[in-house]
Structures are given as C-alpha cells and as structure tokens.
Design a protein around this ligand. Sequence first.
Ligand code: NAP
Length: 256
Amino acid sequence: MTVAFPAARTAIVTGAVSPRGIGRATARRLAAAGWDIGIIDLDDDASAEAASELAASFGVRAAGVGADVSDEAAVRAAVDGLESALPQIVALVNIAGISSPTPYLELEPGEWDRVIAVNLTGVHHVSRRVAESLAASGVGRIVSISSVSAQRGGGTYSKTPYSVAKAGVIGLTRALARELGPLGVTANAIAPGPIDTDIMGGTLTEERKAEMAADLLVGRIGTVDDVAVAVEFLLREDTGFITGHTLDVNGGLYMN
Ligand code: NAP
C-alpha cells in the first residue's frame, strides 16, 4: 500500500551549513520545491542561521540544530528536537561528510576511524533514528551521498578510508531499501564526481578545475546544483518505484 505524502512535510538535511556546499544548495532547492527543512550540522548557531535564511527566502518552516553525526546520542536528540518543531518528517538527506586525501601508506592512527565515523557510521546514526519516524508513518525517502570514489577506489581527491566509507554508504542504502521498502520508505544513494565545493582542500582554482574536467565527458566539473536536482528528484512523491539505486552524477567520469 502506498501512503500519500502529507501536504506539509519536512526533509532533514545533514551538512547543510557550508555556504558553497552541496548540502546548502540542496536545502535551498528542496525549500523552493515546498519542503520544510530541518538542518543538522556541527555548529548549533550556524545551523539555526542557515535555517532562518531558508525560512526567510522561501517562506517555508525551517529549524537547525548542531550535532556531530558520528555521535549517536547527539543525533537522536537533534532529530527529536526537529521532529517536535516541524511538520511530519518525510525525507532524510545524508550529506554531512569529510575528506581524507592521505595516501594509504601514510595513514596516521585514528584517521581511518575518524573518516568512517563521520562518513559511514554518521549516515547510519541519522538514518536509524529518522527511519523510526518514517516507518511509523508508512511513508518516506532516504537519500545518502556516496561518491564516485567508492566505485573507482579513489582517484579524485580523497583516498582509502573515504572510498571505503562511501562504498559502505552504497551497501547501507541497499540494505535499508530492502528492509524499509515494505514499510513505505525508499532509500537511494547518489555518487557524485568532482563538484565545485571547498571540501577538496579549499576553494578550487580555475587551473585545478580544468585538470579535473579533463577526465570528464561533459568538459566541466559538477556544480552543487547538479547534485541538488538529483536529490530533489529522488525525494519526489512520484519516484517511489526507485529504491536501492545509486545514481551517478559524475559527468561521465565513471559509467556504472
Ligand atoms: P562541504 O562544503 O565541506 O560540506 C560538508 C558539510 O558537512 C559541512 O557543512 C560540514 O560542516 C558538515 N560536517 C562535516 N562533518 C560533520 C559532522 N561530523 N557532523 C555534522 N556535520 C558535519 O563539502 P561538500 O563538497 O558539499 O560535500 C557534501 C557531501 O558530498 C560529503 O558527504 C562529500 O563527501 C560528498 N561528495 C562531495 C564531492 C565533491 O566533489 N565536492 C564529491 C562526491 C561526494 P563544517 O563546514 O562545519 O565542517
């Protein structure tokens, strides 16, 4: 049985504070499409500010709270708070993430755990808590950002633990799709290629962008909106037959 989306519905977006990041662009795009927005990012004030800006710009309801996605108790408290402040949660977009450009043979102790904790276990913590609400209402969408790095074993900027975490996100997505599908919830991943944000060691120079674009079939690296539009698509009410999928948004860098 398919349960219809409620008229007022909230999407929780993690990692939506960074001004030039994928999360901020996604939150804006979803707000423009009528979603109310709950933001979870590291800093409490910055998350609340980003939410206020969305509410002012798009006339939606929005709230933001600080939580480190790798901290399960903090995540549960954050989602509890957003759930009580906003309309029914219908979607979760897992975007928070960190990069890790260290070569394998130079990995310092702790780096592996740090990257897996945020990029994979963090996705699990937020998904686990939000899935409880989605399953209870019988309708929902989960979209998590993986990376082409999962498919190609790195080769962009970040290396081993990042590729492993992002590959884990694809496995987690498929497992969630399997278990939550009968409960009315879809789960999909997006695997972006290089996107013009600040995560690859700071703002990209034109020279670096051109170097990265040389490997891409479309002659340019991606924009944050290239990813945001894919998220918006997978969150739509009428895309409920797509689940367990990894959508490549990579300019042809890798063909799956
Ligand atoms: P970004 O601008 O650095 O955004 C990442 C956001 O996540 C920031 O707002 C950051 O907060 C937040 N964050 C980091 N650690 C967190 C934690 N432990 N708990 C909560 N929030 C946390 O990077 P982006 O390029 O937009 O990346 C967004 C996602 O896309 C990441 O998962 C990344 O791996 C993935 N991705 C990016 C690319 C690319 O080329 N840009 C390609 C493939 C996949 P602070 O700013 O306060 O640290």
